[in-house]
Design a protein around this ligand. Structure first.
Ligand code: ZN
Length: 68
């Protein structure tokens, strides 16, 4: 078990569970002291539906990591 953060890439949009509309990513990536920015597994990111304006909070996990 390592506590090193796993960099992940959340999708820019998801499909709204309620209405099938497009939800856009609201959250901005963290920025490291060395200037790198991104998201880590375990981060909570928020999406806002363009159609019904519902907000969705999604926890990222390692399955969101880009293919090596
Ligand atoms: Zn919606």
């Amino acid at each position: 078990m390592s506590d090193a953060p796993v960099p992940v890439e959340p999708p820019a949009t998801i499909v709204c569970v309620d209405c099938g509309g497009t939800c856009h990513l609201l959250s901005t990536p963290y920025e490291d002291e060395d200037g790198r920015a991104g998201f880590r597994a375990g981060d909570i990111v928020s999406y806002r539906c363009a159609d019904c304006l519902d907000r969705w909070d999604v926890e990222l996990d390692e399955t969101d990591a880009p293919e090596p």
